[in-house]
Design a protein around this ligand. Structure first.
Ligand SMILES: *Cc1c(COP(=O)(O)O)cnc(C)c1O
Length: 250
């Protein structure tokens, strides 16, 4: 079965076991709810991604560097694959991905939204976006501060070529003494108060993108609709020399 793939049988078996384990845990945490699994595929080869698409039912990936996405893009088996952009995005790079991705998770300024809108209009599409909220108020992270969110959403109303589909968060590491669900419950409350209220009359209900390898069960228990999981599916990331050079370019 692996004849046209360059990944080893061990890698294939390991990946299959990881996918099964993660899906089982998501299912347990989600109960009756429908929770989407997005595989965060930075540093993961196109061969590995394709194996997961062809054999493990993977149908949604997220890349977070423009350069890396462009390098892998042609090789990916895209027929049944949704490709999201989940990393921080510079305005001047929107043009490279506007025709390649299905959703951008990291909109955190009007300027970036305007550029996505402009580029989407040019190619005659509407781009699905999530607004990233900096729930931990960390200077090192992207995202709009919670108090600035309503004004940003109001400004986005006028952009006809983006569709605001919900909210994304990357919570800080939990400090000793904090409840482990702290940032997830705070995020869910903002999501309910602002997104669910504002967009309640939409055909598609808004989604909350929250939870990574170290936290997805607790994120799902606290209202996440979509988890972005990398290392729990593909193993510890191996930042090769190549990936490092990509990293510093951005
Ligand atoms: C890498 C990444 C993830 C997944 O991280 P893991 O800890 O490997 O699961 C999720 N979201 C974003 C934005 C990422 O860059």
């Amino acid at each position: 079965m692996l004849e046209e793939s360059s990944i080893s049988r061990e890698e294939a078996e390991e990946m299959a076991a990881c996918f099964a384990r993660v899906r089982e845990k998501i299912k347990k945490a989600a109960g009756e709810r429908e929770v989407k699994l997005l595989a965060a595929t930075k540093t993961v080869s196109a061969e590995k991604i394709n194996y997961a698409v062809d054999h493990l039912g993977l149908d949604c990936i997220g890349e977070n560097r423009v350069q890396e996405l462009l390098e892998k893009y042609d090789a990916l088996h895209k027929d049944n694959l949704r490709i999201d952009f989940i990393g921080s995005l510079q305005t001047n790079k929107v043009k490279y991905i506007i025709d390649k991705v299905d959703m951008i998770h990291s909109v955190d300024s009007l300027k970036l939204a305007q550029e996505i809108d402009r580029r989407a209009e040019k190619i005659g599409r509407v781009m699905d976006v999530l607004v990233e909220v900096n729930i931990g108020r960390e200077a090192s992270k992207g995202g709009v501060l919670p108090e600035d969110l309503p004004a940003l959403l109001d400004a986005l109303d006028s952009l006809e070529h983006i569709s605001v589909c919900g909210m994304m968060v990357i919570p800080p590491k939990i400090e000793a003494g904090d409840a482990p669900e702290k940032y997830f419950t705070e995020s869910f409350q903002i999501f309910l108060d602002i997104f669910r209220k504002k967009y309640h009359n939409r055909e598609r209900t808004p989604i909350l993108s929250m939870g990574m390898s170290d936290s997805y069960e607790i994120a799902v228990e606290n209202g996440s609709d979509l988890v972005r999981i990398g290392s729990a599916l593909f193993g510890k990331r191996n930042y090769t020399a190549k990936a490092e050079s990509i990293k510093t370019e951005e």
